[in-house]
Design a protein around this ligand. Structure first.
Ligand SMILES: Nc1nc2c(ncn2[C@@H]2O[C@H](COP(=O)(O)OP(=O)(O)OP(=O)(O)O)[C@@H](O)[C@H]2O)c(=O)[nH]1
Ligand SMILES: [Mg+2]
Length: 361
């Protein structure tokens, strides 16, 4: 799972990236407009994993991860001007976006459009993405038309269905609405996978502010599906992420009256945004959280661990994490209470399920 951090020049993308990943890439008020890409892998904080690790004392503890890519170089006009190949690749390949919007006022940091205006800035990038998708859809429609004219259609039904779908997308985009707001069937979504359509991807909007308590998201009319919003103090958060010592972090939080760093919240929202849950495996060797798409089955979970486990799947022993805690964090006690379930391959896995896969190959 990878999220691309996007936004206008000087909005604080690299600052937010540093805050999330604990990296220390330089953030400069004048570096704008360059294609610049950094990626880092981040552990998803999970108190359940901490607890299991404490109980089982495994050799290894592994958290689920999310990747963040800081994609510098987006600005007004990229839609019309066309994207460079590397930029296109980055944008198309990520699973979703973290859209950083400037909400801090600071004369030392020039704003590309002079005044701080989160609503407008949000729209600038959104409009570029709408235009890029519109161009992609128009290109595809032109191709389909060409095939029709030349009588080069292998499968008439498929050709007609695709043309109809592309026309629907076109109408929706022409209305200046992102594709993630459109009702699409799983089959339609699947058929669109290869196009890397940008407005189809989920978005976490992050307002980068300086003020405690300020919420630029409040009162903002931005009602889209697969869209979440939050505000954070980017520069402060990036400074916190550089501290190694938990006591220093605590002091810092107190001084600036921050209840908890936003980092964890952003990471959790990223997970939620991508419709992912975690299931857990446990034992003396390893305690681990694994990501699974919401709605995934026991056999999907098995396949996430290893393809052999999916192939030879017999049953899954499942314990809900809460039942484990309620039973005094003892597997024997969970069993004694009849709270360990044996589930078949089609069982829909829930967030926090502790799973042992029985298999034979
Ligand atoms: N006052 C204030 N300044 C910030 C904040 N976040 C970022 N900055 C400053 O804004 C400038 C730009 O920050 P970056 O993180 O480099 O912004 P960016 O979006 O990565 O910029 P480009 O990659 O050049 O487009 C730097 O001088 C930062 O220190 C903030 O929350 N408050
Ligand atoms: Mg940057």
């Amino acid at each position: 799972m990878r999220l691309g951090i996007i936004g206008l020049p000087n909005s604080g993308k690299t600052t937010v990236f540093n805050a999330l990943t604990g990296s220390s890439y330089p953030t400069e008020p004048f570096s704008s407009g360059q294609l610049e890409i950094h990626t880092a892998v981040v552990n998803v904080p999970d108190a359940r994993v901490d607890k299991l690790s404490e109980v089982f004392k495994p050799k290894k503890t592994t958290y689920a991860t999310v990747q963040y890519t800081d994609i510098g170089g987006l600005d007004k006009g990229i839609g019309e001007g066309g994207l460079s190949g590397p930029m296109r690749n980055e944008l198309q390949q990520v699973d979703g976006f973290v859209h950083v919007v400037r909400a801090f006022a600071d004369d030392a940091v020039p704003h590309p459009y002079d005044a701080v205006d989160p609503r407008r800035d949000l729209e600038i990038i959104d409009n570029e993405f709408l235009l890029l998708d519109l161009i992609a859809v128009e290109n595809r429609l032109a191709r389909l038309e060409e095939e029709r004219k030349k009588g080069k259609i292998d499968n008439k039904q498929q050709h007609a269905a695709e043309t109809a779908l592309m026309e629907r997308l076109h109408a929706h985009l022409s209305d200046e609405r992102p594709l993630r707001d459109l009702d699409l069937t799983p089959a339609e979504l699947k058929s669109l996978r290869g196009y890397g359509l940008l407005t189809l991807k989920p978005v976490l909007v992050v307002f980068n502010t300086d003020e405690a308590g300020e919420d630029p998201a409040a009162g903002l009319d931005y009602d889209h599906r697969k869209t979440l919003m939050l505000s954070l103090r980017g520069r402060l958060e990036a400074e916190i992420a550089q501290l190694d010592n938990p006591e220093d972090v605590a002091l810092f939080l107190e001084e600036y009256a921050i209840a908890e760093p936003s980092r964890d919240r952003v990471i959790h929202l990223s997970y939620e945004l991508l419709d992912i849950i975690s299931f857990l495996t446990y034992g003396e060797d390893e305690v681990r959280a694994w990501p699974l798409r919401k709605g995934g089955t026991a056999v999907d979970a098995a396949g996430t661990i290893h393809s052999d486990l999916a192939r030879g799947f017999i049953r899954a022993e499942v314990i809900a994490f809460e039942d484990f805690i309620a039973a005094g964090a003892s597997v024997a006690e969970v069993k004694a209470r009849g709270k360990m379930r044996l589930e078949g391959r089609d069982y829909i896995v829930r967030d926090g399920d502790m799973i042992v896969v029985r298999f034979a190959i």
